[in-house]
Design a protein around this ligand. Structure first.
Ligand code: DI6
Ligand code: FE
Length: 409
């Protein structure tokens, strides 16, 4: 049977992000790329292209094709706003102090509980649009602003519906263990029982979560409490990820590594023993420079040690109303370079290949590779580093999602 191509791009340079090509962008100069049935059917140097006539041919005019961007850490579904809290922080209150006084996450929980599924969906669609416009083709979305069964389910249903109605792959994480709700004040263990038994059972019954997340922190939950959440996730066969070592070091990375977590996220207070554990488990270290910036943190995540031990680094936006209210992965990419010192190659790997691994989707997305989902972006740039250097200048000329041109949607 002669192979059939739906579409073909020529006169392009490819940043494949394939580590088997090279350890940088996986560059193919003067390349070509063909799509068939929503997958990458062929790619390589133009002069090696098989003689197949595609249904559609595109002239890339010397631009670059990259994989679609992947934001592997967001809290995109929420209601209300936290401007008041921002003002308190301007006057010197810390994020932790506000949380301890019953503000912070709890404020968003109140507003989210009071919103219908339709209201949450409309707001979340607005939140999603800027990510779509800048070339994000896959996104992780957490629950965690319900902290009771019905609202957690509503948030996750909204995330699933976004995947159905918008051109994006959505990975959902159940984050019941995000904060202690008011009605459980002083009874954190009882709340964790509730998360593990009732809430997770309901989430699993509707198949609403692709992974389980938790906030291991003094203002969140202890190691022992997180371990119980993990055991429960294991029972449902759900992979885990942990908000770890963000404000202090509770050794959550060790716990994550022991349980083969997909990712640990934030990591400003991570130490070398934690890094070695992550390296052994091949758990992805997700860096969230937006939260570092917005909370005016001074403790940097240990980038050089992560590099030295070969831990894979991803970069996420952490888009949320409290610690990272900027709806842009592209801005987070610039921050990862400028604030954390990642190279442009590391940043791009962090929002493609490594972000895909953080979602357990590295056999589907994250690289330009034959057989993978055809999620790709065509950029009018001379160097992929421009995507990290500039913020707010380049929009993809074409956005292809599973083989379909979804530019402008
Ligand atoms: N760490 C964070 O940065 C977000 N959640 C978390 O566990 C912040 C969530 C919020 O403040 O609303
Ligand atoms: Fe977060």
């Amino acid at each position: 049977m002669t192979p059939h191509w739906d579409s073909l791009w020529t006169n392009v340079r490819l940043a494949t992000m394939d580590p088997e090509i090279d350890s940088g962008y996986g560059t193919i100069e003067d390349g070509a790329l063909a799509i068939s049935n929503g997958r990458i059917a062929w790619l390589g140097p133009a002069n090696e292209r098989p003689d197949i006539t595609p249904d559609q041919q595109h002239d890339g005019q010397g631009g670059w094709i990259t994989p679609g961007l992947i934001d592997c850490h967001t809290h995109l579904v929420f209601a209300g706003n936290r401007c008041h809290e921002f003002a308190l922080r301007q006057q010197g209150a810390s994020y932790q102090q506000i949380a301890e006084q019953g503000g912070g996450i709890r404020g968003t929980v109140q507003a989210t509980r009071a919103s219908s599924e339709q209201q949450l969906f409309e707001r979340a669609s607005q939140h999603l649009q800027p990510f779509l416009d800048e070339g994000v083709t896959s996104i992780e979305i957490k629950s965690g602003y319900g902290l009771e069964t019905e609202t957690e389910l509503r948030m996750l249903r909204v995330a699933r519906r976004l995947a159905q109605e918008r051109p994006i792959t959505v990975h959902t994480s159940f984050l019941g263990a995000h904060a202690l709700p008011e009605e459980f004040e002083g009874r954190a263990d009882a709340y964790i029982d509730h998360v593990c038994a009732e809430m997770m059972t309901a989430v699993a019954a509707e198949e609403l979560a692709d992974s389980v997340d938790m906030f291991c922190e003094r203002i969140g939950f202890s190691l022992a409490q997180c371990e119980r959440v993990i055991q429960s996730a294991n029972q449902y066969g759900l992979p885990i990820r942990i908000h770890a070592e963000q404000l202090s070091n509770l050794r959550a990375s060790h716990l994550a590594a022991d349980h083969h977590a997909l990712s640990v996220d934030h990591l400003e207070h991570l130490d070398e023993s934690g890094i070695m554990a992550l390296a052994r488990a091949d758990t992805v270290a997700t860096l969230l420079p937006g939260a570092f910036y917005f909370l005016r943190e001074t403790q940097l995540p240990p980038i050089e040690l992560l590099r030295r031990h070969g831990v894979k680094m991803a970069v996420g936006s952490d888009f949320n109303p409290g610690s990272s209210p900027q709806a842009s992965l592209r801005l987070s990419m610039q921050m990862a370079a400028n604030l954390f010192g990642l190279s442009p190659q590391e940043v791009l790997a962090g929002v493609t290949r490594n972000a895909a691994q953080a979602l357990g989707l590295n056999q589907q997305i994250g690289q330009l590779r034959r057989g993978l989902q055809a999620d790709l972006l065509l950029w009018e740039i001379d160097d992929p580093a421009e995507l990290v250097w500039h913020y707010g200048l380049h929009r993809p000329r074409q956005i292809i999602k599973e083989g379909q041109d979804v530019s402008g949607r």
